[in-house]
Design a protein around this ligand. Sequence first.
Ligand code: AGP
Length: 594
Amino acid sequence: MCGIVGYLGNGNAKEIVLDGLERLEYRGYDSAGVGLFDSERKTYRIFKEKGRIDDLKRVINTESAAAGIGHTRWATHGKVTKENAHPHTSRNGRFIVVHNGVVDNFRALRSEYLDAFRLESETDTEIIANLFEVFAAALPVQDAIREGLKRLEGSYALLIMDREDSGTVYAAKHKSPLLIGSAHSGVVAGSDLMALADHADAYLALEDGTFAELRPDGFSLYDLNGGALDYTLREMDAEVVESDKGAYPHYMLKEIHEQPIILRRILDAYTDEEERPDFPNSVLETIRKSGRIHILAAGTSMHAGLVAKPLFETLTEKPAEVHVASEFAHHTPLIDSDSLFILISQSGETADLRACLNRLKDEGYPTLTVTNVRTSTLAREADAFVEIHAGPEIAVASTKAYSAQIAVLSLLAHAAGASGMPMKREISNIAQSIEKFLEQADAVHDHVKSMLEGKSHAFYIGRGVDHAVALEASLKLKEISYIHTEGLAAGELKHGTLALIEEGTPVFALISQPSTALHTQSSISEIESRGGRVLTIGTEDVAEEAHIALRKTHPLLAPLVLVVPAQLIAYYAALELGNDIDKPRNLAKSVTVE
Ligand code: AGP
């Protein structure tokens, strides 16, 4: 996912923009660039590089800037090259543009308006910059930009500088997130709150179709026809400001260790003094009125949905189905008219889910987003949203958000249902169990060395919700260690995958369910009798001699404890291999392209 940052004011735009880009690094990128109004030279300068922001910093020889825009690029249109890095300028150099999003009709625009133009890059963004130039030949600059914006189809968050006016930066937003903050010394803009955190004390998230004029002393909002728009600023969230590694070597390890605190924060947020769940009644009524619950998500969030399915079915007695968002968007099953759709997304920006949401809204289904980002597209465009309060999750490999999603969905299902389950006490005990377990994290490191050293394949097996955790555990391991890992239903082994088991094949067996513990034990015997090496992770009540034993929990909530060793296994495996733990290759924190 690309990231954009802009600043205008009495501070040093170069420092503020670069700091904002560094705070967006977690989103994943392969090149970066800045456009600056150099205060000493009194001229605009553009710097861009393939690779990391540190590589970019080395080529910037502007000391201070009164205005600046910056960009981290995760390539969609055009290869990873310096030429394709942002900012892009119009042919006459007047407009300097950074862009997050995808313009679907950029070829049609190019042939209609820019036929005579020789373009420097393969990007849709350069088309946008030149479109502004074309209209500026006959219109005042704001009208020219708005005319260009009206012709764009697709998604954009744009920051635009005009060489003819160093006192202004323009911003525009449609489907890609963009926030503006009143900074201590000027105005700051960025793709998410992280980019604003250090420099703004209040902010707002732009709505689709908004155009903004930023000045050192403030900003004005307009619709695309030039009509002025009112706005109210929100206080900067304390949770956002807390996001740095602190004493931890990696964000991922910090976020694994934050899980007990976050579970307690969720209990504070969603239960009252009498331990009763505390959600908006409208949300609970929507769940109660539905005849069937459909859960849509991607990746780790989909795995959280797999854990939520039995929770909703048991606690609300309503059938629940889980769908992979990228599949659902194109292969929609038969849907009952009284269905409710719950969209789970840490970032709230996943394009696969946004595609689903657009269709669900067109078809009139009720939608509820469960997300970590209240200003995100999915939070704002669904009928309602529930926050998971996990605080900024920086590591690409999602850990605390997974646990937070399960905890919030557990409380939500409990609140909508009529079960007498002591949910608050159960989750509070789980927070303690995780805390206790994390004290022995080093033992997990030892297991990793003996199980995975020199291995290029691994398996996770489980039954029921243990299978759901096996899928998440397998994703964690493969996405940061790059060891090919498969999570599968233990009962499926003998139907084919057992053929892959040979001397020393590492298998992690998950056992937390009284109803299936013995069956999984026999799967373990099948594996060991063929030379496989099995490490058992289980709750002490059902997993005899588990190598990694966890305190007994309610079976429906066992994934919250079972996943923690799996998260650490992935972490230590990647550490042993010297991989970039927080920013694994090829991956982005939020996937905003389908
Ligand atoms: C999980 O470790 C991955 N980073 C990825 O699968 C992620 O869960 C997925 O892209 C969904 O993201 P979201 O929760 O922000 O929608």
